[in-house]
Design a protein around this ligand. Structure first.
Ligand SMILES: Cc1cc2nc3c(=O)[nH]c(=O)nc-3n(C[C@H](O)[C@H](O)[C@H](O)COP(=O)(O)OP(=O)(O)OC[C@H]3O[C@@H](n4cnc5c(N)ncnc54)[C@H](O)[C@@H]3O)c2cc1C
Length: 253
């Protein structure tokens, strides 16, 4: 049987693994302890925080079809936040109930956990080297362990990480090198006493902050009132290298 290695147990890696498992022997390598990649959640009783993807929409028929069984099993549910836009701290329009936003329940990682149930996922295995020897691919982990021999390798790691991982003569090297990622810092706040906020999510304009969500307004979350605050990509890019200890100059921009 064809042997396929997939690097990364985020949504892409797991969906690929499910699609390929009837035709090949599939092994997924994941560098972290958990799975889900950027569909990520942290929790500390009684709070949970989806600090990566906030929600997803289903725009293509293929993705809608993929979601159908998960919606039927209530693993994926509608999130209809009252959404506002805040411009320089002022609400610029009335809250609208949003439709077509989905969230995995009880946390964003739950979807990937469910997808991974029958997949061979090797946790805490960071693939560091991929070499072609005698017509097959040899994979080695970051601690020098031989991770096996495969006929095909698929990397779902972010583009620049994939670029460093794949052989120098790979034809897609230039495209990968030209790709860009947008940074984002996330602040997670849990409240003993819930503040009065009349919306569930806010898009912020003209501020270092780009998005605030009342995470506890998503379906199936624990009771503790939790906020997820994400910076704009522009602000994050400008501050990526600033140390957390840096006193800064007091200015936001
Ligand atoms: C802050 C933030 C907010 C977002 N908001 C939204 C949103 O609201 N709606 C939306 O639809 N999308 C959103 N996204 C985007 C969405 O999260 C991603 O597009 C999606 O989760 C990417 O999935 P993926 O499987 O392609 O990659 P990833 O989730 O990045 O998965 C890649 C996996 O590969 C692993 N990996 C990397 N290198 C190696 C290696 N060498 N060896 C082994 N494993 C490795 C990583 O640990 C990771 O688990 C957001 C992303 C972020 C960061």
């Amino acid at each position: 049987m064809t042997r396929i290695a997939i690097v990364g147990a985020g949504l892409s890696g797991l969906v690929l693994a499910i699609g390929l498992r009837d035709f090949a022997s599939v092994t997924v390598f994941e560098k972290s302890r958990g799975i889900g990649g950027r569909l990520s959640t942290r929790y500390q009783d009684p709070f949970s925080f989806d600090h990566g993807a906030q929600y997803f929409t289903a725009k293509t028929p293929e993705f809608r079809k993929f979601l159908e069984p998960h919606i039927a099993s209530r693993l994926v549910q509608d999130w209809q936040p009252k959404l506002v836009t805040l411009e320089h701290g002022i609400q610029s329009q009335a809250a609208t109930a949003t439709e077509g936003f989905y969230a995995a329940v009880p946390r964003m990682t739950s979807l990937c956990k469910s997808l991974a149930e029958d997949i061979d996922v090797q946790h805490q295995r960071e693939i560091k080297r991929i070499e072609r020897v005698d017509g097959v691919w040899h994979l080695t982990t970051s601690d020098g362990i031989d991770a096996g021999i495969f006929d095909w390798v698929i990397s779902t790691a972010p583009a620049l990480q994939t670029q460093r991982l794949l052989p120098k003569n790979f034809s897609g090297q230039d495209k990968l090198k030209d790709s860009r990622m947008n940074g984002c810092f996330t602040l997670m706040l849990g409240y003993e006493n819930a503040p009065t906020i009349e919306w569930d999510a806010a898009k912020i304009v003209g501020s270092p902050i780009g998005w605030i969500a009342v995470n506890s307004s998503k379906p199936g979350r624990p009771m503790g009132f939790s906020l997820v605050v994400q910076t704009s990509n522009k602000w994050a890019e400008a501050h990526l290298e600033v140390s957390a200890q840096s006193p800064g100059d007091g200015a936001w921009d």
